[in-house]
Design a protein around this ligand. Sequence first.
Ligand SMILES: Cc1cc2nc3c(=O)[nH]c(=O)nc-3n(C[C@H](O)[C@H](O)[C@H](O)COP(=O)(O)O)c2cc1C
Length: 360
Amino acid sequence: MAGNTFGQIFRVTSFGESHGPAVGVIVDGCPAQLPLTTDEIQLDLDRRKPGQNALSSTRKESDEVRILSGVYQGKTTGTPIALLIENCDARSQDYEQLANIYRPGHADFSYDRKYGHRDPRGGGRSSARITAGHVAAGAIAKKILRVKNRIEIVAYVSSVSDIRANIDSDTLSLADVESSPIRCPDPVAAEKMRARIRKIKADQDSLGGTIGCTIRNVPAGLGEPVFDKLEADLAKAMLLINAASGFEIGLGFSGSALRGSQYNDPFVVEDNQVRTQTNHCGGIQGGISNAMPIQFRVAFKPTPSIARQQETVTRGGEKTSISIQGRHDPCIVPRAVPIVEAMAALVLCDHLLRQQTASL
Ligand SMILES: Cc1cc2nc3c(=O)[nH]c(=O)nc-3n(C[C@H](O)[C@H](O)[C@H](O)COP(=O)(O)O)c2cc1C
């Protein structure tokens, strides 16, 4: 089965290419009676769109979303919600030289091998442009989570290259993150990151980084063992984001170096509620949320398209070299922050709705 639909109850189907007329999503399974306006969806789209500052791609897209169906008199009707975002600033001529050359690090070769035919303009379907649809659908999921359970999702840039931020995610707000142009709420690290990204751009190269995410007010019980464990679904949701290259929850890989006595989160009772004293597991045990904040990180590789000369081959197998012009992000992590939030919201919303069928 083709892989363009995500979710079991809250189901999102994605369509579109980078330089086609539009990208978008159909959201099926959204409960009726949810108050919803385009403005609420637009807020998140504006955080993802290109051209936000000198450190991102200069492609100018207003990314204005249109709701084509599923909402009447400001409320969802329980029918499919179609969301359309037009592509307005495609410069396909930038990609003419790329139709017959494989960009190192990008998806040109693997798309060719799989389909035998592809749209090379702007990376076609492999472009991160399609994540505008993910973000639009995620905005609806976020609203459901907020209205039903006050669930709050905050993502932030936790590192760029080897520059790591020092952040207390327990108290972090969306406003803290958005007050930083690079979406890193540690001002000292943020300034170093900005300088490093400016330098790498001048060097005709690119950088990777990591995004941290914390989700608060998640009730205990979300997650469907054994194949749809909550952390497994979150990992899939994160790794399907373009250029994502790693996922870890709680202490993640560093936890593997600890002893059980150091790693285990002791149970305590506070205000008549059972909770854990620490949160090394990142809020999920046995694939099910335990009511502690869910905390995970996603690694992103450096942007593949760089102006620096690279060795490659043509579709016909001849050796050549390539210097990629066009408008590319020298480091994608600041723009990927709302995408991480959106994918987390889709997973949580789907599991919240599934939980309603878990017991009588
Ligand atoms: C927000 C965002 C912006 C991106 N911008 C670019 C870009 O300007 N140029 C580029 O080559 N790749 C960019 N990428 C990454 C590519 O889309 C991605 O590396 C490519 O589709 C290959 O997929 P993979 O890296 O997941 O294997 C971006 C990714 C994200 C999440």
